[in-house]
Design a protein around this ligand. Structure first.
Ligand SMILES: Cc1cc2nc3c(=O)[nH]c(=O)nc-3n(C[C@H](O)[C@H](O)[C@H](O)COP(=O)(O)OP(=O)(O)OC[C@H]3O[C@@H](n4cnc5c(N)ncnc54)[C@H](O)[C@@H]3O)c2cc1C
Length: 651
């Protein structure tokens, strides 16, 4: 990996030309750039892929969970599994829209609200891998319980305090959350979804300097209607950086029983019907200064760092969901006979089953690899791998649940309760589908994950050559940058054309897996070349080519999935003496790699030939309301503006 990667960006304008941006675009860029994680030295496997550096030695041997760590997690994970099976009814939770109080209380007693909190603060002190094992169990059982536990400790109070809390904050709050006091994370607002620069919730220092006075309203705060503690993101007075006023966002710990905190209403959704999600309003709430996490103006860094690890819960939970789907289709495709054979013998259904199985294996490999990085170092830079696992895992999970519904036919569309009442197996595919859909939207939507990964993929180039194209810099600085960039690229670029042995390849890797890994090495160099060519072709305008950048990101992500799958298969094959098991595993992963390679080839073709510009022009035309034929023949309704309707506040 180049040593240009992962350096901090206090002044993004040194790298990115912001002169042609609107004020809103510049503000958004400055905020997110300033919050980018600084200088982790570890070379990222995912980041290396975009530079043609295939760091196989980071995944092979696959970092399997240590036996002692597994044993430490077993008591909790097995207890949780028994409790979920014997004492919870996910269909009833979905039907009632409520999680019974005794279920929440028992989860608290088991330590499920403090899985990663250190024992000295009253938690279980388990590793990220054990946390992911728990998320996997939950994800395959009940989306509502997954969201309760995950919003509380992946993004709620525990995670930012584990990462950045002062000793006093940890002593005050971690024992409370570990015992089961529910917490939540409040970032989103009416006008703030993916773009935090538009935040309106604000906090100003009190005249005596001891408190901040918090005002504003947060939308869709999961757990918010039940929480005792919140992490709230708010704008604090701007700072002057490099001669320009820069917005500041600060993270506060807020207790919901403080005067001025009001739960305005509970929100309801397509799935996750027992989500305790709501609108929370703050009116002159006095927040002690000592409740700032990390420091004034560091809120976005807190949010982004928290989400880096936090969003890993999603692919873990999606793996659980995928395993549940696999269980359902295995049974059904063996048992259901149509047209003279079990439906699993018909090729169109067999194809879906193979995809479900292979993608489930890859999802788990990506998740546990990334979790292992956190276990090696709590502050490890897992931005790229976690985002890839989230993006790939949530998109595949949706395809898997969709394929499961198709395989179950009409019974997939029928509710579990209705199936039960008719005396049939109450497989909850309909509920799983409703609960699954949100995963590609929250904790970083797929579009935002692709932009984020594209930004990371381009980072070494921005550092090596960004200044050359930056019209805001003085000519001398640009000339100096051009010389440095010349040296960098003269050394780096020719290497992308040279075939090489795969560094990190271990002896004993099955030839089939080795062939796929050699492909991934070649494909990584090709990816780096094409990305570089696109930079030359589009210059600073590449940033606007979101669909093209998305293809590069998807190629990198497929290569990560392929490599993680091969590495994990190699490791599992070594752990079993059964030749049959080894061959079955090899067959599964060989199939996965063949399919992934076809996807990579398809995406690569799309880099060279696509209809992106035509699509963009078409969307503009449509957005401007042209092509009347598209609006004819439907019942039209006047557009309503619900946010201007005061009745929305009625609970
Ligand atoms: C059930 C549920 C639970 C939630 N829980 C929480 C919570 O606990 N705490 C919290 O703070 N928030 C929470 N959220 C909010 C959630 O994180 C946001 O919905 C998410 O960030 C997306 O924001 P948005 O819905 O406003 O979409 P927008 O940001 O308005 O985006 C709309 C669409 O445009 C795309 N888009 C946006 N910007 C770009 C761009 N630059 N380029 C390309 N595409 C773009 C998005 O990907 C999306 O597809 C929750 C939401 C839901 C529905």
């Amino acid at each position: 990996m180049t040593n240009t990667q992962n350096a901090p960006h206090d002044n993004p304008e040194a790298l990115i030309d912001t002169s042609k941006m609107t004020a809103g675009q510049r503000a958004a860029l400055e905020l997110t750039e300033a919050a980018r994680d600084a200088a982790a030295e570890r070379a990222s496997f995912g980041g290396g892929l975009f530079m043609g550096q295939f760091g196989l030695d980071q995944l092979l041997p696959f970092p399997e969970q240590e036996a002692s760590d597994r044993a430490r997690g077993d008591a909790f994970v097995h207890g949780l599994e028994k409790f979920l099976r014997e004492r919870t009814d996910p269909d009833a939770i979905d039907r009632d829209g409520e999680i019974p109080d005794d279920v929440i209380a028992e989860l608290g007693r088991m330590g499920a609200f403090g899985i990663k909190v250190a024992p000295e603060y009253g938690g279980l002190g388990l590793s990220q891998t054990n946390y992911c094992r728990a998320a996997m169990l939950l994800g395959g059982w009940c989306g509502n319980l997954t969201a309760l536990i995950s919003a509380h400790q992946s993004i709620g109070v525990p995670q930012p305090l584990i990462l950045f809390g002062t000793e006093e904050q940890k002593r005050n709050y971690l024992p409370r959350v570990a015992k089961g006091e529910i917490s939540a994370f409040a970032l989103t607002e009416q006008g703030v979804g993916s773009d935090p620069a538009r935040m309106e919730t604000h906090a100003e220092l009190s005249p005596d300097g001891t408190h901040f006075i918090l005002n504003g309203e947060k939308l869709w705060c999961t757990n918010g209607t039940k929480a005792g503690l919140l992490v709230v993101m708010a704008k604090t007075p701007p700072k002057i950086v490099a001669g320009r006023e820069r917005n500041q966002i600060t993270a506060f710990i807020v207790e919901t029983d403080w005067p001025g905190v009001e739960v305005v209403r509970r929100c309801h959704f397509m799935g996750l019907r027992a989500l305790y999600n709501g609108i929370i309003r703050f009116h002159d709430v006095r927040v002690p200064r000592k409740n700032i996490i990390l420091g004034e103006g560091k809120g976005l860094k807190v949010a982004l760092s928290t989400l880096n690890t936090g969003r890993l819960t999603l692919p873990a939970a999606c793996t659980g969901l995928a395993k549940r789907c696999l269980e359902i289709v295995r049974k059904w495709a063996n048992e259901r006979e149509q047209w003279g054979a079990p439906i699993g013998r018909h090729a169109a259904i067999a194809d879906k089953i193979a995809r479900i199985a292979a993608n489930t294996f890859a999802m788990e490999a990506m998740t546990f690899y990334t979790a292992s990085l956190v276990d090696k170092d709590k502050k490890a830079d897992i931005r790229i791998e976690a985002a890839m696992a989230k993006l790939w895992g949530t998109e595949r999970a949706w395809e898997i649940v969709d394929a499961t519904m198709q395989i179950r036919g009409g019974r997939g569309y029928e509710t579990a309760d209705s199936l039960r009442e008719r005396g049939e197996e109450p497989a909850p595919v309909e509920r799983l589908m409703r609960d699954c859909r949100i995963n590609t939207i929250f904790e970083g939507s797929s579009e935002i994950m692709r932009l984020f990964l594209a930004r990371e993929a381009l980072d070494p180039h921005l550092k090596a050559g960004g200044a050359v194209l930056n019209s805001q810099l003085p000519l001398a600085a640009r000339a100096r940058a051009a010389v440095n960039a010349g040296f960098f690229y003269a050394k780096w670029y020719p290497k992308l054309w040279l075939p090489k042995l795969v560094p990190g390849m271990k002896t004993g890797v099955d030839p089939k897996l080795a062939r796929h890994l050699r492909y991934a090495e070649r494909a990584s160099r090709r990816l780096a070349r094409r990305l570089f060519h696109a930079m030359i072709r589009f210059g600073p305008k590449l940033e606007r080519e979101q669909v093209l950048l998305g293809r590069f990101v998807d190629i990198g992500t497929e290569l990560f999935a392929l490599t993680a799958s091969c590495a994990r298969a190699h490791s599992l094959m070594k752990q079993t003496a059964s030749r049959r098991e080894q061959e079955d595993l090899l067959q599964l992963v060989d199939y996965f790699c063949r399919a992934a390679r076809l996807r990579v080839e398809e995406l690569s073709r799309g880099v060279d030939r696509n209809a992106d510009s035509a699509g963009y022009r078409t969307a503009r035309t449509v957005l401007e309301g042209h092509v009347p034929a598209l609006s004819e023949g439907m019942v039209s309704r006047p557009t309503s503006r619900p946010h201007e309707d005061p009745s929305r506040l009625a609970a």
